[in-house]
Write a protein that binds this ligand. Structure first.
Ligand code: NAP
Length: 298
């Protein structure tokens, strides 16, 4: 068993991104600029956004945080996104999810100009991704493909089972693994909460990607000998033994599953660290107009 080490890969890729950002600054006289919009004070969201901002600064990007209280109206938020769309100094816009119940996340996602949608959640980007056209790819699936690439994991011809079908992880992940790309070219099965006997599918997986949000859901008896296991789950539990006051658990029972695998991601130290790389790469690509050559037609 070997570890797919998110810390090692993410640090290595951050050095590359920082070099490219420095070159971009030299050529253009400005830094790639990411704006994050955060509504309310959810603990998880606060942590994720702070980490995104910190990492932007680390690689030489400009980052701006726009904050709203929980009672901001949907109209106010949509108006703000529209204003950010029109600001030529901004390359990437993300609105941290989840949003309060009175705000429709679909409306907000679609309000973001797809050419600045560095989370890759806009239907235009998802459609273009499915067609294998240039697009922003959702950060977590993107980060996972970068990790598979880094470790030279062969995916072509393999059976990949994705557990979870959310718009931000499971669904796009399944599309990427089925595409005619490297990584990709897998035969893909998607499981979800209505799948009876999930074990029947997971036991047949050469590559198992789990994103459901249930601590230790995947147990050793559900995994094939020699499988590659990617654990996206981030389940927080309060803890008195850590400085942060909580402990993170994956969706996979790492201790018992790991000995059966060829490769596995730990939690923490795996996929979570790669997600930020996906976001940084999308933002840099946006600044360089690699995905959409023109931003002039607003
Ligand atoms: P989500 O939107 O809640 O979706 C969960 C998916 O899991 C749904 O498709 C659901 O099925 C499925 N599911 C739930 N219970 C199941 C069960 N017992 N058996 C089979 N499928 C089940 O979650 P998400 O946003 O994709 O996140 C999933 C996990 O990944 C969470 O722990 C989250 O914190 C973590 N995450 C980590 C990162 C990272 O950077 N590492 C990024 C994003 C998310 P239905 O569709 O049928 O309801």
């Amino acid at each position: 068993m070997e570890i797919l080490d998110g810390k090692y890969v993410s640090e290595k890729l951050k050095v590359e991104i920082a070099e490219q950002a420095a070159e971009y600054l030299k050529q253009s006289g400005r830094k790639p600029h990411l704006v994050a919009v955060l509504v309310g004070h959810d603990g998880g969201s606060e942590t994720y956004v702070a980490s995104k901002m910190r990492n932007c600064e680390k690689v030489g990007f400009k980052s701006t945080l726009v904050r709203y209280e929980e009672d901001v109206t949907e109209d106010e938020l949509l108006l703000k996104v529209s204003e950010l769309n029109h600001n030529p100094d901004i390359d990437g816009i993300i609105v941290q999810l989840p949003l309060p119940k009175h705000i429709d996340p679909e409306k907000v996602t679609e309000q973001i100009d797809h050419r600045k949608d560095v989370d890759g959640f806009h239907p235009i980007n998802l459609g273009r991704m499915q067609r294998n056209l240039p697009s922003f790819i959702p950060a977590t699936p993107y980060g996972i493909t970068l990790m598979l690439k880094e470790y030279g994991i062969e995916t072509a011809g393999k059976h990949c089972v994705v557990v979870g079908r959310s718009n931000i992880v499971g669904s796009p992940m399944s599309i990427l693994m089925a595409r005619n790309t490297q990584p990709g070219n897998c035969t893909v099965t998607i499981c979800h909460s209505r799948t009876p006997d999930i074990k029947k599918f997971t036991l047949d997986a050469d590559i198992l990607i789990v994103a459901i949000g249930k601590k230790n859901f995947i147990t050793a008896d559900m995994v094939k000998e020699g499988a590659v296991v990617i654990d996206v789950g981030m389940n927080r539990e309060t803890s008195t033994t850590t400085k942060s006051g909580y402990k993170l658990y994956g969706d996979v029972d790492f201790e018992n599953v790991a000995p059966k695998t060829s490769w596995i991601t730990p939690v923490p130290g795996g996929v979570g660290l790669m997600t930020i790389i996906g976001l940084l790469k999308n933002t840099l690509a946006s600044a360089n107009r690699e995905v959409y050559p023109s931003l002039s037609k607003f």
